[in-house]
Design a protein around this ligand. Sequence first.
Ligand code: C2O
Ligand code: CU
Length: 463
Amino acid sequence: MNSSRRKFMQRALCTAALACVPRIALAREEGIIHLTAGSSEHSLYPGQAAPSSLWTYNGTTPGPEIRVRKGERVRIRLTNNLPEPTSIHWHGIRIDNAMDGVAGLTQEAVPPGDSFDYDFVVPDSGTYWYHAHNRSWNQVARGLYGPLIVEETDQVFDRDHDLTLVMTDWRLGQDGALDLASFGSLMDWSHGGRVGNWLTMNGQSLPTITLRAGEAYRLRLICAANARVFELDPSRFGAKVLAYDGQALPEPVTLDYSPFLLGPAQRADLLVVPEADFALEEVSGREPFPFAFFKVEAGNGTQPVAPKLAGNAIPEPDLAQATTVRLDMTGGAMGGFNEIVYQGRRLQGEEFQTTKQVWAFNGIANLAEKPLFSAKRGETIVIETVNETAWVHAMHTHGHHFRVIERSGATIDDGKPWRDTFLIGPQQKTKIAFVADNPGKWLYHCHMLEHAAAGMNTWFEVS
Ligand code: C2O
Ligand code: CU
């Protein structure tokens, strides 16, 4: 962090009013939640910075928190006031395929001026999110996402102790406004994606959130960044992990290592019993960069019981009967992309620039005609993903949670939590296992949204 930014931040800290996490009351008309995608102006950087012209749901970024109960039916009407077609994906929900929101695979994108009704049941409790799934590299980077919280049947934390924290990064220009000129840069697409230079929490710069000492809080962290892998260190404030990607761990796990990675689309629910003020810090730079502050006031003295969350009933993979599928990730800068097939043709020369297809899964960029695999409903699938690129990726399965069972040849014995998105480093190999029990056509893609747009997209079918 440069020193002017640090000075700036100290000033902001002293003068900031104690900001609570905004909770937008979400009106339901006859049981239907309305989400309107449109443009609105927001300031992303404190002080006199120029306002950014963002794309938002109901005028805020993140969009309104949708909070429902496990097993509930959810009906949402998306109205599109954007200048381009859009759709919404309900990330991490084991959803009915027709409602998965993938433009071009499970539905047509909703044209400007039109609307679309989503109607689904949420089978699992936990921390999820929703985001645009048409030209996501563009729409998510402009602000089109929000939290989707599914409460447990028996709620463990009351609303005052259950905080949703959506973190993201933005690429701002010199004037402090969203840098529009760099959208779609081939440099980003072929390297690490559109990584920003400023962080916000719940759409706010350097917010301060007030907690009470000695009381147990659930902090639901959601990484909504296009491409940034956040490096955090929650062990500094004694946090335990309650859940990953919406799925509760059998017991809260103490964090005693650093750094703690939260990549695009990943979530982590932390259990915190604060004693003194602390900050959430991004620690990947030379100095930690605090981007959200927690002010701890005197509590009422009652010591909480360490809460434990009830898990969801996700079918266990049967590894003895599994079908193994291999996926080779290739391409990108420093990876040599001369063997990429796109829409049935091998790309050459200039075509990498004109098509912007620079990554491939098993040699094919952006959705082969045939699925990566077809599974019979109930079959256990192991996907062995081999990252032959020079970059880290965040791989996401639609419609299914999986367990990471092996990483670079080593069997993982940390309890193998359920996830819907995993990080894979350069030259790493990762095996995930899941029961393909949800019929339909599902994406398996990199959640670094520029990588997905530039080729890292495939699909599988469950029948
Ligand atoms: Cu968060 Cu294809 O999705
Ligand atoms: Cu990637």
